[in-house]
Write a protein that binds this ligand. Structure first.
Ligand code: GLY
Length: 567
């Protein structure tokens, strides 16, 4: 032990040396007994484990899982989309959010989706290449591999390249998503040739093979970022987008940069909450809701009283989302105020414990998307990744850029097409989220860590504007000591300020609770289908046990492997 303190020159150790030694010792003492990967597709989970077995760390595995999902979950995320990768590096405790969110093309103006009369043109920001923003995922994967990984990109992308070349089998979820977007997929022959079978939704077990995507992945593996944003892939992307009515330029691709951002941090029930920062609204809205719950004394409330409080808290935080949040590089946001205890107290003071507050008396709006994907990873060092990735709607814009195999996003719909006016889904957005050249659109993606001396949790989910409330409900399960399977499976309810309605999954609440909420003035909307696809990992530091769970609503898989069985 004493030798550790002695420097080669024999002088007394400096404080920085001591701090470094302490940090390393703590990191060594705090290692999980197992690694874990939870993702929305078994083949992506397997890709992550394959890379961990080859000696990669959680960051290499995150690259592998992201790329595999781009191949086998084409409706959820992909090289043509973007996302947020929340990283925790165990060796030095560094936590960072890799912002690979798409950017509006430089030629995009605030009126891009309005007609001559100033009205929003339906579906223009959803279907086809004009809906596509400049992708961030390829740049993010190259960045994560170079800055945080141990393996070359060629190794971490290898499973995805293999899956693209050899194909994967269509499952029920694929069929549902393809049926939902059948019209737009059929509109673009390249897309239909890859994702349909003779123009129809493929049967179960049909193989989707993507040789062009495999070649694009190979270029990325070989040349890194430039393999996508420059050279032949970039030229093909731009030419085919423009030929089909889009507005991308080579300069858009050349200018695209990943940004490293400081995550949002909050404290709740003895736990530290680390989550996504703008341009996602996720962390801010989540921490605002948790702050309000703390100030309102949520623990003392049970049953309908707790549900009522949760809905009122959701309503208020989503109002702030609509009013204030946007791209931090282009919009001034009062984040300190929104995340303060005083702000939570002010909001809590407006909550009537016996009556719903009509959203109309609070004010303003918000936008949403519907599909997306999430995965969580923990490695043997305690490195961790929570990543939520998206191309927005299922199968994005429906447009595959010629010769690249890359299905483009329709993330432009996450902007407010016309601030203050409802978008095509009856939702409205704020001025802070108006379209501007090169701007990142506001997101709801909420990759999150929960940490305390008792536990480390890694979680997140797809689900458009409902993402943040799903993560909120899971945080409550976690801090109350429920098993991880319960975090991902619990029935969900949601309120997003506007429309002023409380949305319920089947079986979310009992009839007496619903009746009482109705009496208190809540507008209940019972939906006949569920939402979300949460992927979560729990490392219980008291028992040393690592467990992982994949949402039973989806077709994903969660695996843990004891460290001694890894190699
Ligand atoms: N496209 C979904 C989101 O970013 O919130």
């Amino acid at each position: 032990m004493t030798r550790l303190f002695r420097r080669p020159c024999g002088k007394a150790p400096s404080w920085s040396f001591f701090a470094f030694w302490l940090l390393c010792s703590l990191a060594l003492a705090d290692r999980p007994p197992a690694v874990a990967v939870a993702s929305a597709h078994p083949l992506a989970t397997e890709a992550g484990l394959e890379i961990l077995r080859q000696g990669g760390n959680a960051f290499d595995a995150a690259v592998a899982v992201s790329a595999a999902l781009a191949v086998v979950e084409p409706y959820g995320s992909g090289l043509g989309g973007g996302g947020f990768w929340l990283l925790h590096r165990a060796a030095d405790g560094r936590e960072v959010m890799i912002d690979g969110r798409e950017r509006a093309p430089l030629a995009a103006g605030r009126d891009l989706y309005l007609d001559d009369g100033g009205e929003v043109v339906p579906r223009l920001s959803i279907d086809g290449p004009l809906a596509a923003a400049i992708p961030g995922e390829p740049a993010a994967l190259a960045h994560i591999a170079r800055r945080y990984g141990l393996l070359p990109l060629e190794r971490s992308l290898a499973p995805a390249i293999r899956l693209a070349r050899e194909g994967f089998e269509v499952d029920e979820h694929y069929r549902r998503m393809a049926a939902w977007r059948l019209e737009v997929i059929r509109r673009y022959p390249k897309t239909a040739a890859i994702f349909l079978d003779e123009g129809e939704v493929p049967q179960l077990g049909h193989r989707i093979v993507q040789p062009e995507l495999a070649r694009t992945l190979e270029r990325l593996a070989k040349a890194g970022r430039e393999g996508f944003y420059d050279g032949p892939v970039a030229r093909r992307l731009v030419a085919s987008v423009r030929a089909a009515g889009g507005i991308w330029s080579l300069e858009d691709l050349r200018q695209y940069r990943v940004v490293e951002r400081k995550p949002v941090v909050g404290h709740f029930a003895g736990h530290r909450i680390v989550s996504a920062s703008p341009p996602s609204s996720g962390g801010v809205v989540l921490v605002e809701m948790l702050n309000m719950l703390t100030e309102a004394g949520w623990r003392s409330l049970q049953g309908v009283d707790r549900v009522h409080l949760l809905v009122e808290v959701m309503r208020r935080a989503y109002l702030d989302r609509a009013r204030y949040l946007g791209d931090p590089d282009q919009v001034e946001m009062p984040l300190d105020r929104l995340l303060s205890r005083e702000h939570a107290l002010r909001w809590v003071a407006t909550i009537d414990p016996h009556h719903a507050t009509p959203s109309s008396v609070l004010a303003e709006p918000e936008p949403e998307g519907t599909d997306t994907t999430h995965f969580s990873i923990l490695d043997a060092e305690g490195n961790r990744v929570a990543a939520t990735l998206s191309i927005n709607y299922p199968f994005g814009s429906g447009f595959v850029a010629g010769g690249t195999g890359v299905l483009l996003n329709d993330e432009m719909d996450d902007f407010s097409a016309k601030p203050g006016v409802p978008n095509v889904y009856g939702l409205v957005g704020g001025e802070a989220n108006a379209i501007a050249p090169g701007k990142r659109m506001l997101s709801s993606m909420t990759p999150t860590f929960i940490e305390s001396s008792e536990r480390v949790a890694i979680l997140g989910t797809p689900g458009g504007s409902r993402i943040i409330t799903m993560v909120l409900l899971a945080v409550l399960e976690a801090v109350e000591g429920q098993p991880v399977a319960q975090w991902v499976s619990r029935p969900r309810f949601h309120h997003q300020y506007l429309p002023d309605q409380m949305q319920l999954e089947p079986g979310a609440l009992t009839e007496p609770v619903k009746e009482e909420l109705g009496r208190r003035g809540h507008h209940l909307r019972q939906l006949d289908r569920s939402w979300g696809n949460m992927q979560a990992i729990h490392w219980d530091r008291r028992t040393g046990r690592v467990s992982a769970a994949s949402d039973p609503r989806g077709a994903g898989s969660a695996s843990t492997v004891a460290v001694e069985n890894l190699h």
